[in-house]
Design a protein around this ligand. Sequence first.
Ligand SMILES: [Zn+2]
Length: 300
Amino acid sequence: MRVHHLNCISTCPVGGKLMDGRTGSIIRRGHLTCHCLLVETGAGLVLVDTGLGLRDVEDPRSRLSRMLLMMLKPDFREEMTAIRQVQRLGFRPEDVRHIVLTHLDFDHAGGLDDFPWASVHLLTRERDSALAQRTMLDRMRYRPQQWSTRPRWLAYEPFEGDTWFGFDRVRSLDGVKDDIVMIPLVGHTHGHAGVAVRRGDDWLLLAGDAYFYHAEMDPHRPHCTPGLRFYQWLMEKDRGSRLRNQARLRQLRRHHSDVIQMCCAHDPVEFERLTGRSAEVPVAALAQRPFIPHLVGRSA
Ligand SMILES: [Zn+2]
């Protein structure tokens, strides 16, 4: 299956170098990605996470928390939204049939509204804790303004018995081939998941916000910038599970790096390594008009 990497709007957090480790100073703002995947399958396109969407670009203050807007100051450029990058690749927005979410945080769910026909797959626990809005932090991170597609949400429980490289997995996602697997990675939120995509002989795992900085996955000397360590602490819902899952992901990298490539949502270094392009530019248009088998015979 062909996979396209999309950065669906960068965030520019205060703290600069303390956050991303590569901005020149701590006075300037840093740059983090919202790394999403667009997967071409025999049954249409599957989008994994949606970043921030058109409505967030148009009117951020009605959609997002003021505190988080101030802290993260997203670089609101319409050309970076998932829908515009899907079109840039030559697909129609309607070709996106399924959206698989790592979790419902504002910077992962903002583009849902741009694909109202798509089925949305997520963990039951994530849906329920987002809907419950129990704490002030929940009300800042989970934004009902972004949820016009709620009638199309399909929620899943972890499935006991079957595993993916030793990790629990969810049973098959309705309408999606088994080559896309949802793997609970609880900690950042109560229903957080990673999403693995089989690409021929190997797998690509988008670990979402299970970790934030590439060097956290260093099997020998894991480390993180102080700013991102603080941000992960601030946003975590279950510290024990979060750290345990990070350790398990490091083991996965150590033992299976020949068949699994891994990335998280917000690290521009990983994004640029995987794509060979700056995280600040949208995906390049395909040289040829893309071919989606099931759409043959339908008007273009
Ligand atoms: Zn995030």
